[in-house]
Write a protein that binds this ligand. Structure first.
Ligand SMILES: NC(=O)c1ccc[n+]([C@@H]2O[C@H](COP(=O)([O-])OP(=O)(O)OC[C@H]3O[C@@H](n4cnc5c(N)ncnc54)[C@H](O)[C@@H]3O)[C@@H](O)[C@H]2O)c1
Length: 376
């Protein structure tokens, strides 16, 4: 049972999880229903190419789970859900999330990440703050009623040099890609709604996630699948770009702590204390794949590694200082990169039907059945 009680009902929470059919959102929904089986979880997801209903398979038959196919830009729909489902907590994951795509097609990033977040903020303000009588809004609650948690990225802080200290919550924003710029804009809007309207918000800026249900355009699942199919492992530039890796369930635990104990209006950085160059990451992945599923023709899968032309504006290094969430909320990542990568590899080995359906496009069948072939 959760401690952030619904102000309207009894002692359970009603969550609206946007982007719940995506990678982190689906992990979060499955995590939440496992840990808080009495809570209600409503997912609002537009099912873009990155949304996959199969990732919500564990939740499908749970009576406390409800999936709604829709766009966060649709303010009226969001307001209706907040009212009809007595939502007291929004966990906002929905976004366009792939940096490469933002370079070639930034428009949807602006629309979903900025306009969509703003639309959701307006819906929350309208239903939670503007239209409730004071009778329904407990004035003396220690836990402020209604929480809007915004899930963001460490990429808003820009790129670090080799000797720079990791990003803290006070690092000035310096986004370098259309993706990170759109996330930065959404962070500012969320902050503004707290300061201007006293909306009860929290924000988390997290480092690179990996784990089950990640769409295979992202580095780790792409490389696991390429290894299984004997394809090259394309590494950008010199392979020395550094990322701070976090196992996705640890991210979910961090958000859980923020929902329960985070202070309204605060920002929390979440990281894995796990800086790795892309080359180190690939070597660890290949070593584990060599052990788990040795190749019949190669001594090591690391021979599949090839260097390709760097991404334009590729940030050199990200690293997170997560001492605030550790000190204030007791957050500590449970998985090391070694244990997390083994779990991830095992998941992809055991869930071949999940990623095969993504690769051959059949994961979109639900949409085809609902809307014919006209959707994109
Ligand atoms: N993946 C990471 O490493 C990482 C790290 C830090 C922060 N984040 C943030 O976490 C969140 C989730 O990331 P992810 O990797 O799970 O993303 P994802 O791309 O896997 O999933 C995004 C989900 O949002 C949905 N969506 C997109 N546009 C929508 C719209 N207009 N309305 C409703 N739903 C829509 C998609 O259908 C999909 O299910 C994002 O906000 C991202 O910026 C991701």
């Amino acid at each position: 049972m959760t401690t952030h009680h619904s102000p309207l009902t009894s002692n359970t929470s009603h969550l609206l999880v946007t982007g719940g059919a995506g990678f982190i959102g689906a992990n979060f929904v499955n995590y939440w229903l496992n840990n808080y089986p009495d809570d209600r979880v409503v997912v609002l997801d537009a099912l873009t190419y990155a949304g996959n209903l199969a990732s919500l398979e564990p939740a499908k038959n749970n009576p406390n789970f409800h999936f709604v196919h829709g766009d966060i830009c649709n303010q009226e729909l969001a307001e209706r859900l907040l009212r009809d489902e007595s939502i007291d907590t929004i966990v906002h994951f929905a976004a366009e999330s792939h940096v490469d795509r933002s370079i070639h097609g930034p428009d949807t990033f602006i629309q979903t990440n900025i306009v969509g977040t703003h639309s959701l903020l307006k819906a929350a303000k309208s239903v939670w703050l503007d239209s409730h009588s004071s009778l329904l809004r407990p004035q003396s609650s220690v836990l402020k009623p209604y929480r809007f948690h915004h899930v963001s990225t460490d990429e808003v802080y820009g790129s670090l040099g080799p000797e720079d200290p990791p990003f803290t919550e006070h690092t000035p924003y310096a986004p370098n890609s259309p993706y990170s710029a759109s996330k930065a804009a959404s962070d500012h809007l969320v902050r503004a709604y707290h300061h201007t309207h006293d909306l009860n918000i929290t924000t988390s800026n997290c480092s690179n996630n990996y784990g089950p249900y990640q769409f295979p355009e992202k580095l780790i699942p792409l490389f696991i699948i390429n290894i299984l199919e004997g394809k090259p492992l394309p590494v950008y530039g010199d392979g020395l770009n550094i990322r701070d890796w976090l196992y996705v369930e640890d991210h979910c635990k961090g958000i859980d702590l923020i929902l329960q104990k985070g202070r309204p209006g605060e920002v929390y950085n979440i990281g894995g204390n796990c800086e790795k160059t892309n080359l180190e990451m690939v070597e660890t992945l290949c070593k584990n794949m060599d052990e788990r599923k040795p190749s019949s023709s190669l001594t090591s899968y690391s021979s599949l590694l090839t260097f390709v032309k760097d991404r334009p504006g590729h940030d050199r290094r990200y690293a997170i200082d997560s001492s605030k969430i550790k000190k204030e909320l007791g957050f500590e990542p449970y998985e090391s990169f070694e244990t997390g990568i083994r779990k991830t590899i095992d998941w992809y080995l055991q869930n071949e039907s999940w990623w095969r359906a993504v690769m051959d496009g059949s994961y979109r069948e639900w949409l085809d059945r609902q809307y014919g072939q006209k959707h994109n």
